[in-house]
Design a protein around this ligand. Structure first.
Ligand code: PMP
Length: 427
């Protein structure tokens, strides 16, 4: 029995399912999750001291690789000064100014403690600002687990086959309209019916919770113009795509500006941080200047701000993004070549440092429906071959992969060597 198996068995007695977040339980692939003891750069080490090349990066935050020296130093220095004050601090101003300088559409920003808090509040703000109740989201997009957003959601909700969870009152879910990602017609149709009641569209501008699906040309532009026509707020949930698909996120990469943006993951450098920001006029609708209430005991926490700011500051290192994109190309082109050679149907998607691998004969994956029709048996078998060979991928076919700046050409080569053997074994 491995140490992870022992720990997983023990954990089940006192933690539901043995985990503090569902997808970690390996429901999507079967088997026992790894219990990780430490991580450095591109590598994580489990409780048996096995090394893994990590393409999950704590589900996105670790864009610089694990345990980056600048983040570690800034975090430890902040701890020396005290862990929480519950008062304004100067580092919160520095953080807000930093975010404004990187994310094109943000004029004002508020810090929270998770992506869920960010999206939950952005929705409330959009509703309060427009004085409308309905919201529009896309099937397969995940925006955290707030009641109104856990309807036809992606990520763990999809992996577990729970499209919308018990515990959400029907009359709350009734205000959430869902349409098809990358299908502007479905958005136009619903707006033609009830557009004057829709407070906002919330979208992952690069979908990362139904595997990785970038927007088709014209999709984001279309959402922008529909929101303009109907006076609805456009929210880009960039919790995953922020700082990842371009320094300024999807809004920079595709040159479409939302009214509000939600951020998380990279922004905290591995600490629990989220943020929402956007147009001054809308942001000033939030308490204490505006009537829409939102608060947080630990929001803007000085240790979390120090870690996040150190991460964001490192992102301006010359060549960092070019290197990330080159590594993604090396990985995906290499996987495609090897799958083709082995006769395994495979298609890949990429957007900056996010990527997706689909076991399917479809050559162009743009929809949720295509993502759900992939060969799950191939995915699961491939997953476990890779894990055995020391490569850690997201334990679900409905999650994006993440490259970090710490991954080297040699790491990718080692991953490709493992994949070649895995594809051969799938035949
Ligand atoms: N939005 C998106 C796009 C996400 O990917 C996630 C988390 N995977 C969230 C929101 C929720 O963030 P958190 O888990 O920090 O609450």
């Amino acid at each position: 029995m491995s140490r992870s198996e022992e720990l997983f068995a023990q954990a089940q007695h006192s933690i539901p399912g043995g985990v503090n977040s569902p997808v970690r339980a390996f429901n999507g692939v079967g088997g026992t999750p790894l219990f990780i003891e430490r991580a450095n750069g591109a590598y994580m080490y489990d409780a048996d001291d096995q090394r893994y090349i990590d393409y999950v990066g704590s589900w996105g935050p670790m864009i610089l690789g694990h345990n980056h020296p600048a983040i570690r130093a800034a975090t430890l220095a902040a701890v020396e000064r005290g862990t929480s004050f519950g008062t304004p601090t100067s580092i919160e101003i520095t953080m807000a100014e930093k975010i404004k300088s990187i994310v094109p559409s943000i004029e004002k920003v508020r810090m929270v403690n998770s992506g869920t808090e960010a999206t939950m509040t952005a929705i409330r703000l959009a509703r309060g600002y427009t004085k409308r109740d309905k919201i529009l989201k896309f099937e397969g997009c995940y925006h955290g687990h707030a009641d109104s957003l856990l309807v036809k959601a992606g990520s763990g909700a999809l992996t577990l086959g729970v499209p919308s969870s018990p515990g959400i009152p029907a009359d709350v879910a009734a205000h959430t309209l869902t349409v098809t990602f990358n299908d502007l017609e479905s958005v136009k149709e619903i707006f033609a019916e009830v557009g004057d009641q829709i407070a906002c569209i919330i979208v992952e501008p690069v979908a990362g919770n139904m595997n990785c699906i970038p927007p088709v040309p014209g999709f984001l532009e279309g959402l922008r113009s529909i929101c303009d026509s109907y006076g609805s707020v456009l929210i880009f949930d960039e919790v995953m795509s922020g700082f990842r698909v371009a320094p300024g996120g999807a809004q920079e990469r595709y040159n479409v500006l939302p009214d509000l943006t939600t951020l998380g993951k990279v922004i905290g450098g591995g600490m629990p941080v989220g943020a929402f920001g956007g147009k001054r006029e809308i942001m000033d609708y939030i308490a204490p200047v505006g009537p829409v209430y939102q608060a947080g005991t630990l929001s803007g926490n000085p240790v979390a701000m120090a870690a996040g700011l150190a991460a964001l500051s490192q992102l301006s290192t010359p060549g960092l993004y070019e290197n990330l994109y080159a590594r993604v190309d090396q990985l995906l082109n290499g996987l495609q070549e090897r799958a083709d050679a082995a006769g395994i149907p495979l298609t890949t998607n990429r957007a900056g440092s996010m990527f997706g691998v689909f076991f399917t004969t479809d050559k162009n994956i743009t929809s949720f429906e295509q993502a759900t029709k992939c060969n799950m048996e191939h995915f699961k078998a491939f997953y476990h071959h890779m894990l055995k060979a020391g490569v850690y991928l997201a334990p679900s076919a409905f999650e994006a992969g993440f490259m970090s700046a710490a991954h080297t050409e040699a790491d990718i080569q080692q991953t490709l060597d493992a994949a070649e053997k895995a594809f051969a074994a799938l035949k």
